[in-house]
Structures are given as C-alpha cells and as structure tokens.
Ligand binder design. Sequence first.
Ligand code: HEC
Ligand code: HEC
Length: 226
Amino acid sequence: MGNDMERARISLCAALLGSMSLMATASSAAGDISAMVDAADPAAGQAAFEICAACHAIRPDEPTLIGPTLWQVEGRDIASVEGFAYSPGLKAVEGSWDRAKLDAFLRKPSAFAEGTIMGFAGIADDTERAAVIAYLETFAPGATSTTAAPVTHDFGDDWPQGPGSDLTGKVCSVCHSLAIVKQQGLSSERWDELLDWMVEEQGMNELTAEQRTEVIGYLSAHFGEP
Ligand code: HEC
Ligand code: HEC
C-alpha cells in the first residue's frame, strides 16, 4: 500500500512537471520572440540563411529561385509576390508577415500552412530562428541597413577606403553588387539624382541628411567625373 501511494505521488509529480514544461514552451513561443529577435545576431542569421538561399533570393536584383524572394518579406502580405505560384495552403493564411508569424512558419512550415510547398522541415532551435528573422529584418522596409545590421560585408579590394566608405558600402550592397557602383563616374549632382531614383523607384530607404552628404561625398570623391 505504501508502495502504491509512492507510485501515485511520483506519477502526479511527473504529470505536474510535464504540464509545467509544456506551459514554459508555449509561453516562450508566443511571448519572447520579439525580445529574442532584438537580442539576436543578424550575422549568425546570415550564416544560417545559407540553407534558405538555396531556394530564396534576398536582394531585389537576384533571380527568383524555387521559393519567392524574401526581399522585404517582413511587413509584406503573406503569399503576395506577383507571379509566384503559392500553395493554396499558404494563400489561405490571412495577414502579413510579422515576427510571430515568421517564427511560427519557420519553426514548422507544415503546421503553420497546411500543404505548404516549402520543402523545408523548419528550424527547431529558438536562437537560430530568431537570428534568421533578425537577418531578414535587415532587408525590411524602413529598417535601414545602416542601423539594423552589423553584418560584415566584403566590399572587395577595389573599394577605396576613406570617409564614408563603410557607410556607402553597407547602404548600397543591401540590394546589388558593388560592381555596379564601382564602374560609375558621376558628378555629385548626378549621384544625388541617382540616389533620389533609388529611393523613389527602387525601394531604397531614405537616408538622413548627414548620411546622404557622407555617401555622396564618398561617391563623388572616388567614383566622380573623370
Ligand atoms: C527547398 C526550398 C526551400 C527552402 C530550403 C526554404 N524555402 Fe522558404 N519557401 C519555399 C517555397 C516553395 C515557398 C512557397 C511556399 C508555399 O507556397 O506554400 C516558400 C515560402 C517562404 C516564405 C513565405 C514568403 C511569402 O511570400 O509569403 C518565407 C517567409 C520563407 N519561405 C522563408 C524561408 C526561410 C527563412 C528559409 C530558411 C530557414 C526557407 N524559407 C527555406 C522554398 C524553400
Ligand atoms: C533598395 C535597393 C537598392 C539600394 C539600397 C541601392 N540600389 Fe542601386 N539599384 C537598385 C536597382 C533595383 C537597380 C536597377 C538594377 C538593374 O537594372 O539591374 C539599381 C541600379 C543602380 C545603378 C545603375 C544605374 C544604371 O543607370 O544602370 C547604380 C549606379 C546604382 N544602383 C547605385 C547605387 C548606389 C551608389 C547605392 C547606394 C548609395 C545604391 N545603388 C543602393 C536598387 C538599389
């Protein structure tokens, strides 16, 4: 009889522990993702993104692969890239991508959107998922790459050093290779116009007045009129 009670106590304990740990996972899933993304390292996310890059473009000048481009995916309506043949399952999900939805989808795509054609099991590790989301956010509208991402870029050996070289490299390499910049020779007025065009037509985030002065100063000093 003593034995039975002992057993009952143990199984009660196990049940309590079990439900407590279930509660803990549920709340960490819902509540803490924003804090985790804030604390995450976009550079680690960039490394983890390599597996995604097999199927997804991330910059606007990259060709579409097996999946839709993830350029500015956060804030975008779910399943909204023009011309991409989404699954009915993903199309049926309402709303736009935010941190919580990205977190849920990337944890287990098939649970978030039944019948999704994304052939990827998901990222089980919370820290890694948060880092990937932080990396995606370095391309989000309004999140200037200059403030969001301490991602290290390789600007190439022929990227001249000097005031503004780092800022300019970061701002411009968000969307395209720097080769397109290096081959130019423009006056500061023309660089100014080109930046307007990049902001108005190409979706570049507006720079602050100081940043713009620095970038144009750098561009016209090193890639100025011959
Ligand atoms: C094997 C190819 C493949 C891999 C690997 C892959 N994806 Fe996808 N992804 C897809 C496809 C295909 C879709 C479209 C899914 C659908 O329509 O159901 C998609 C859709 C998405 C969407 C929704 C985009 C939209 O426009 O609504 C996001 C976000 C996304 N993937 C992120 C990722 C991330 C981040 C990774 C890496 C952790 C990743 N994917 C890995 C193929 C892939
Ligand atoms: C938000 C994305 C984005 C950012 C950021 C961006 N660009 Fe561009 N840029 C584009 C797109 C898109 C094109 C057109 C590419 C094409 O036609 O292949 C382009 C084209 C160009 C061209 C070629 C213009 C031509 O006449 O063909 C130059 C030069 C250029 N960008 C310079 C820059 C510089 C310098 C910066 C940084 C200050 C920059 N871009 C930042 C998106 C961007």
